[in-house]
Write a protein that binds this ligand. Sequence first.
Ligand SMILES: Nc1ncnc2c1ncn2[C@@H]1O[C@H](COP(=O)(O)OP(=O)(O)OP(=O)(O)O)[C@@H](O)[C@H]1O
Length: 256
Amino acid sequence: MLEVEGLGLSFGGTTALADLDFDVRAGELFAVIGPNGAGKTSLFNCLSGVYRPDRGSLVLDGESLRGKRPDAVARLGVARMFQNIELFDNLSVLDNLKLGRHQHLRYGPLAAAVYLGRARREELRARRFVEDLVDFLSLEAVRHHPVGMLPYGIKKRVELGRALAMEPRLLLLDEPVAGMNAEETEDMARYILDIRAELGVTVIMVEHDMRLVMDLADRVLVLDFGRRIAMGTPAQIQADPAVIRAYLGGAKEVEA
Ligand SMILES: Nc1ncnc2c1ncn2[C@@H]1O[C@H](COP(=O)(O)OP(=O)(O)OP(=O)(O)O)[C@@H](O)[C@H]1O
């Protein structure tokens, strides 16, 4: 469903992505890993329209994403769950999810209030859809709570719901378990698996938690210095000498 070919991006003298090729299949849970600075965030920024690549193509179900702005990419069905929570603390879980249905994600609080006031026609349909999401993410008990009051693990779940509220075809998860304890990580892992199994949404996940990646992903792309050094099943990746070298090299640098 997604084909990336010859993708290149530089910042002055720094190469963030170099001649990157990969494909993601419909319904796949695809992970992107690599040492710090490998280009994972740059890749997500290219996919979601935040960065404009210098070279190459990004094609989603036959439509080019290259050069499209974030709102246009969102309209094509690409949603992103941010690493830093991008929710309205004073609004309830339900209202945050309803706002997620709207594709312009960066509102001020005033614009958000106007949107909520005017969108009466969409209100019923949105409410039904959002109620289903609340069920799916087991958020019933906190649906009317202001998001700012909720514990971190639940906020992240609402953030996931905000991305799902757009009914995406492709969901980008940016370090979904960063900062979570073991129990919160396990919960999130279950929801990620359910997204694929029950909603049929294709998922690309950037994550540093190797156990999670190896447990969940169908295939893994490994980046180092903006280049693809390996791609395959978790078992293939774990046995790949280039991957082991990239990670051990990084560890030695850290020790030094
Ligand atoms: N806006 C920017 N301006 C300048 N250089 C950038 C910018 N964004 C990324 N880079 C550079 O591009 C390279 C890839 O960075 P990127 O953040 O994509 O890596 P990453 O794999 O996401 O790293 P991390 O795991 O630390 O988040 C790095 O050398 C980084 O310094």
